[in-house]
Write a protein that binds this ligand. Structure first.
Ligand SMILES: *Cc1c(COP(=O)(O)O)cnc(C)c1O
Length: 364
């Protein structure tokens, strides 16, 4: 008999724990994190909340949602926070999708969308991409009477590519209103804060648009686990019902509030990463490493002919010679790529130099 809650398993990989052969400190560029330490204000907030470790955090995240309302001018009644946006992706999927319903994503869409569909035993439908970029016409072509949700990360992970607001609007205008469109803005700040604002405006203009945000990337709080979702007011109570009561811990709430109080510092950090993104892409191109046009804080890179073995060798070389850990993308169609986050200029320089050595020494 077929079990009712069969979940497709994925290979489980541990964080790299083997020691660096030359005894070098490792530099992890594999998780799209920012390299910075918490800002002074964030560190102070964390220090302060330690005293209250015995008390529950606010299940409704009232202060954090109020801060989000102040900073982004988004009504707090339309916001729910979660244990990272990862939890919210799951919560949203559980609200709209039953087994045998369809979730539609782009070909190289974010892995969490795939996992959310698997957990619900929903059918995952993929729309092919053009030049590793979301293609609205292909998505529209895959919408069926069973489609309940479209998940789209914009910019996308792992490709880093994004589509313009006009294309998103065209998508919304052409899908049935009973299909919810989730726009995952995990990397929106690396396009611009203004772009994020324009995307949020869509939630007020259409009844079926949901936006998710995270404090893990631009705000540098990945380890504390906090994200939020902006949705039509009518959807929010259903999301609370599907979410864990205490899923956003007190320290995460305090740190997220402090980061919004420190938004100018966050913005200047984002700007440094954006500058590095453009500089590193140009420098790599000169030595024969191609990158996709990224609007995120990472680059998806390949060598000539997108050869999988050459990239495999480069990934190993970066670790063995420089202690640099990158993400070896293994998704079908991306076997010839590696993904790495932009870091401080000195780390990026080391990456460029080491790539250059690998290619010059003919180790490929
Ligand atoms: C990193 C990332 C997130 C953020 O996940 P959290 O659970 O908030 O840490 C969301 N969406 C995408 C596409 C990401 O790459």
């Amino acid at each position: 008999m077929k079990p009712t809650s069969y979940i497709k398993s994925l290979p489980v990989r541990d964080r790299i724990s083997i020691s660096q052969p030359l005894g070098l400190d490792t530099i992890n560029l594999g998780y799209n994190e920012l390299p910075f330490k918490p800002t002074k204000q964030i560190a102070l907030a964390i220090e302060k909340i330690k005293q209250s470790a015995g008390s529950y955090g606010d299940p409704m995240c009232f202060d954090l949602r109020s801060k989000i309302e102040d900073v982004y001018d988004i009504k707090k009644e339309k916001v729910i926070c979660g244990n990272g946006s990862e939890e919210l992706i799951d919560v949203i999927a559980r609200n709209f999708v039953s087994s045998d319903d369809e979730i539609l994503i782009s070909e190289f869409g974010y892995i969490q969308f795939v996992l959310a569909a698997n957990r619900l035993n929903a059918k995952l439908v993929k729309a092919s991409e053009k030049l590793f970029c979301t293609d609205v016409d292909q998505i529209l072509g895959k919408v069926s009477s069973k489609t309940k949700l479209i998940f789209m990360a914009n910019p996308n992970n792992p490709t880093g590519t994004f589509i313009e607001l006009g294309e998103i609007r065209r998508l919304i205008e052409n899908i049935p209103t009973n299909v919810a469109l989730v726009l995952d803005l995990a990397y929106g700040e690396f396009v611009s804060f203004d772009y994020c604002r324009q995307i949020h405006n869509l939630v007020d203009q259409y009844e079926n648009v949901i936006v998710t945000r995270t404090f893990s990337k631009a705000f540098g709080l990945a380890g504390l686990r906090v994200g939020w979702c902006h949705a039509p007011t009518e959807m929010i109570s259903g999301f609370y019902a599907a979410r864990g009561m205490g899923s956003v811990n007190a320290m995460a709430q305090a740190a997220a509030i402090a980061s919004l109080d420190d938004i100018e510092e966050i913005q200047s950090r984002v700007n440094l990463i954006i500058d590095e993104r453009e500089r590193v892409a140009r420098a790599l191109l000169k030595i024969g490493v191609h990158t996709l046009p990224s609007r995120a804080n990472f680059l998806l890179a390949s060598t000539n002919n997108q050869d999988a073995q050459t990239i495999e060798g480069l990934v190993q070389f970066l670790f063995n010679e420089a202690g640099i850990i990158v993400n070896r993308t293994r998704e079908t169609g991306l076997e010839g790529f590696m993904r790495f986050s932009l870091s401080f200029p000195e780390n990026n320089e080391l990456l460029i130099k080491t790539c250059s050595r690998y290619l010059a020494e003919g180790l490929s």
